[in-house]
Ligand binder design. Structure first.
Ligand code: PLP
Length: 453
C-alpha cells in the first residue's frame, strides 16, 4: 500500500474533489436509461460538456455570429472570442497564444502538419511511430511513404502494453526525422514517458510530435517542460466541444510551409488554420478551460495565488478592457496555477477509481485486462480499462451493458495497430471502460457487478 500511495505526490493525495459540485456542472449526467441513471463510461470516445460550455456556444450564436476581421461589432467580437480561446488553450498547455492552432479535430491537424513536414522529406529519411498509438498519429505519417520516406514502428511489451523503450532506442538513428508518439493510450490507458522520448528524438536530430488527446482529460500538460515540437489534443475529450487544438514551437510554425489558400495570412498561427473555423465551438473551448480553472479555484489543496495577481476575469464573460502585457502575464500565470490545482484533484480522484477498478477486475473470474494491472504502477496508467471476457464478444458485452444504462465502447477505437499486434482484431478487439473525474465509485461497483452477472 505504501508504494501505491507513494506513486502520487503528497499534495495530490491530499487533494479532494468536490464531486457533487463537479457533477452539478454536467446536465447530461442526469440522464436515465430504462429507469436507471446513465453511467457515462465512454469518456475516452468523448466526454460530456458543462452547462457553461453549452451556454457559451449558444450565446455566441445568439449575439456575435459573424466571420472574422470585419469592421463591425459582431465580427470584432468573433475575433475576441478566438483570441480569448487561444490564450486559454495556451495556458492549458503552457505555451504562448501564437503557438496554438485551432482545427476541426486532432486528425485533421495532424494531416496538415504531416503534409507540410513531408514537403521536406524524401528517400533516406525515416519516421518512427509506435504500435500503441491511435491511427490519427500513424496514418498521417505513413502517408509520407509515397515520398520514399521509410516508416518504422517501435514495438510494445505485450505483457502490460507499455512501450518497448529498448526497441524505440534501437530504431532511432540520424536518419530519423520525426518521432510521433502518444502521451497516453486511448485503448489500454498506458501513459508513456514522453519527456524521455522527446529527449531521445532530439538527441538523434529528430522532431517529436505528441498526441495528447487521451492524456488531456486526466493529467496536466506542460509543453515547455516536455520540450516537444508539436502536441495535439481534442477539446471534446476534456469536457469541451468537438474541436482540435495544436501546439507547435513558434519557429516551426513560422518556418514550415503549410498548404494554404493565397489570401490567407502568412503569419503563424493563422497560416495553419484553413478556411473558416467553428467559432461557436471556439467560444465553448474557452468555457471548458474556465470550468477547469474554477475547479482549481475550489480545490482545497491548491497553493493560494498571489493576491496581487489578477485573474483577468477568468470566469466572467469576455472582458472589453484592454489589458497591458503585465496584466496578461499575471493572468496567464494565475490561470495556469489554477489549472495545475484542478489536475491535482482530478488525478487524486481518478487514482481512487483506478485502484477500486483494478481490485475489482482482479476478483472477476474469466476476465483478461490488457495494460498495467499492478496497483503499485498505477501512476503509469489512466483510468481506461481494456478487457476481454471468456465466452463473450466485446460487442455483445457493450450492448448488454448499454441496455443497463452503462455506456462503454467495444472494438479497436482506431488503435488498430495495437489490436492487430495483440492478435485480437479479428475477435472484436476489447471492451473499453473509461472513467473521468465526473465518474463515481458507485459507477465502478456498478460496472463490476454487471460484468460479474
Ligand atoms: C489517443 C487519440 N488520438 C487521436 C484521436 C483522434 O482525435 P480526433 O477525433 O480529434 O481526430 C483520438 C480519438 O479518439 C484518440 O483517442
Amino acid at each position: 500500500m505504501t508504494t501505491i500511495l507513494n506513486s502520487l505526490p503528497r499534495a495530490e493525495l491530499n487533494a479532494k474533489l468536490d464531486l457533487g459540485w463537479v457533477r452539478s456542472n454536467f446536465p447530461s449526467l442526469a440522464r436515465t436509461i430504462a429507469g436507471q441513471p446513465a453511467a457515462f463510461l465512454d469518456g475516452p470516445g468523448g466526454t460530456q460538456v458543462t452547462q457553461s460550455v453549452i451556454d457559451a456556444v449558444s450565446h455566441y450564436l445568439k449575439t456575435s455570429n459573424a466571420n472574422t476581421h470585419g469592421a463591425f461589432a459582431t465580427s470584432g467580437e468573433t475575433d475576441e472570442t478566438i483570441s480569448g480561446a487561444r490564450s486559454a488553450i495556451a495556458d492549458f498547455l503552457g505555451s504562448d497564444p501564437d503557438e496554438i492552432v485551432f482545427g476541426p479535430n486532432m486528425t485533421t491537424l495532424t494531416f496538415a502538419v504531416s503534409r507540410s513536414i513531408g514537403r521536406e522529406l524524401g528517400p533516406g529519411d525515416e519516421i518512427l511511430l509506435t504500435s500503441l498509438d491511435h491511427s490519427a498519429n500513424i496514418s498521417p505519417w505513413q502517408a509520407l511513404a509515397e515520398r520514399g520516406v521509410k516508416i518504422q514502428f517501435a514495438d510494445i511489451c505485450e505483457k502490460d502494453c507499455t512501450l518497448d523503450m529498448d526497441d524505440l532506442a534501437r530504431k532511432l538513428s540520424t536518419r530519423t526525422k520525426l518521432v510521433a508518439v502518444g502521451y497516453a493510450s486511448n485503448a489500454v490507458g498506458t501513459i508513456n514517458d514522453v519527456k524521455t522520448i522527446v529527449r531521445m528524438a532530439h538527441d538523434a536530430g529528430a522532431m517529436a510530435y505528441i498526441d495528447a488527446v487521451h492524456h488531456a482529460p486526466h493529467r496536466f500538460i506542460d509543453v515547455r517542460d516536455l520540450d516537444c515540437d508539436f502536441l495535439a489534443c481534442s477539446t471534446y475529450k476534456f469536457f469541451g466541444p468537438h474541436m482540435g487544438a495544436l501546439y507547435g514551437k513558434r519557429e516551426l510554425l513560422e518556418r514550415l510551409h503549410p498548404y494554404k489558400v493565397r489570401p490567407n495570412t502568412d503569419a503563424a498561427p493563422g497560416r495553419w488554420e484553413m478556411g473558416t473555423l467553428n467559432h461557436e465551438c471556439i467560444a465553448g473551448v474557452k468555457a471548458c478551460v474556465d470550468y477547469l480553472v474554477e475547479l482549481g479555484r475550489r480545490t482545497k489543496a491548491h497553493a493560494a495565488p498571489d493576491p496581487r495577481a489578477r485573474d483577468g476575469g477568468l470566469s466572467s464573460p469576455i472582458s472589453r478592457m484592454e489589458p497591458t502585457i503585465d496584466d496578461q502575464r499575471d493572468a496567464a500565470q494565475s490561470r495556469r496555477e489554477l489549472l495545475r490545482s484542478a489536475y491535482r484533484v482530478i488525478h487524486s480522484h481518478e487514482h481512487g477509481l483506478s485502484l477500486r477498478m483494478l481490485r475489482g477486475l482482479a476478483e472477476t473470474p474469466g476476465l483478461r485486462l490488457y495494460g498495467i494491472a499492478d496497483p503499485s504502477r498505477i501512476a503509469f496508467r489512466c483510468p481506461t480499462f481494456a478487457i476481454r471476457m471468456e465466452g463473450h464478444h466485446p460487442a455483445e458485452l457493450s450492448r448488454r451493458l448499454g441496455d443497463r444504462g452503462i455506456f462503454t465502447w467495444d472494438g479497436n477505437y482506431y488503435a488498430l495497430n495495437l489490436t492487430e499486434r495483440l492478435g485480437i482484431e479479428q475477435d472484436g478487439g476489447f471492451l473499453r471502460i473509461g472513467f473521468v473525474h465526473y465518474n463515481t465509485e458507485e459507477e465502478v461497483d456498478r460496472v463490476l457487478a454487471a460484468l460479474r452477472s
